[in-house]
Design a binder for this molecule. Structure first.
Ligand SMILES: Nc1ncnc2c1ncn2[C@@H]1O[C@H](COP(=O)(O)OP(=O)(O)OP(=O)(O)O)[C@@H](O)[C@H]1O
Length: 258
């Protein structure tokens, strides 16, 4: 069966003044259509490198990445990328920001407007369509960035710590909102986080990475049903999963420090 994303024997090395940095070493991962994968691991283990390879923003030193059966050779509209810093155009309204990618696809104005408004509604920003980014809070800006990524209807969403800069409460709201949107649209999602709780709450599977060289050390299934609720977060089952992920990350962080 064809996976949505196939990372096959991928290594990524950098030549630096201090010698060769082996950011990823012979990593393989299959992500199925509609899965929600979270990537966790100590700082510098190659999470961003992995995501950027999937996005086509980096090229592997060896091995290959396939998305929907095709070898990734660069960025494409089939993959939406969301970073920690909400890269909104400050001179465009929320609606115009969401419309931007659709304009690049030469979609007609009325159709474009309608679709952009639909995605703003989906992330709960419908009433802020005409606000400028400076009039939005951090969480709202990030929701706008998510709406923009969703609007071009990519089959895959790649997110690099999108909630990293948000306060704890906004973060929890954003997690719920993201899952709601994901459940409605069922795109394949890959999401980097440093937050073990967030990793378990969102994922169908948590991929734990270890550094030097970056490898996948463990893949943990999260057999909790969706929609995920705050009650689930407090359940013994959740606590057990969180402890497993924590041990996976911590174990390698300790090794690294030794
Ligand atoms: N352009 C580059 N040149 C040289 N080394 C690099 C470059 N980009 C990344 N690296 C190195 O590759 C390794 C993995 O980096 P990467 O950013 O993928 O890790 P990460 O797990 O996302 O880290 P963090 O959690 O701190 O964001 C690190 O050791 C980093 O120093």
């Amino acid at each position: 069966m064809n996976s949505m994303i196939s990372v096959r024997g991928v290594s990524k090395h950098y030549e630096t003044a201090r010698g060769l940095v082996r950011s990823l070493e012979n990593v393989s991962l299959e992500v199925e259509q509609g899965e929600f994968i979270t990537l966790v691991g100590p700082s510098g283990c190659g999470k961003s490198t992995m995501l950027n390879l999937m996005a086509g923003l980096l090229e592997p030193t060896s091995g290959e990445v396939l998305v929907d059966g095709k070898v990734v050779t660069g960025p494409g509209p089939d993959r939406g990328v969301i970073f920690q810093q909400y890269a909104l155009f400050p001179w465009l309204t929320a609606l115009q920001n969401v419309e931007f990618g659709l304009r690049l696809q030469h979609m007609k104005k009325t159709e474009r407007r309608e679709l952009a408004q639909h995605y703003l509604d989906l992330v709960g920003l419908g009433e802020f369509a005409h606000a400028l980014p400076k009039e939005l809070s951090g969480g709202m800006k990030q929701r706008c960035a998510i709406a923009r990524a969703y609007a071009v209807q990519p089959s895959t969403l790649l997110m690099d710590e999108p909630f990293g800069a948000l306060d704890a409460l906004t973060r929890v709201n954003m997690q719920e909102n993201l899952l709601e949107t994901w459940q409605q649209e069922r795109r394949t999602a890959v999401f980097i986080t440093h937050d073990v709780d967030e990793a378990v709450f969102l994922a169908t599977r948590v991929v734990v990475m270890s550094p030097r060289p970056g490898r996948i050390s463990e893949i943990i299934d999260v057999p909790l049903a969706y929609p995920r609720t705050e009650e689930m977060r407090l359940s013994p089952e959740f606590a057990e999963l969180r402890a497993r992920v924590w041990r996976g990350v911590h174990h390698h962080a300790e090794e690294d420090a030794a």
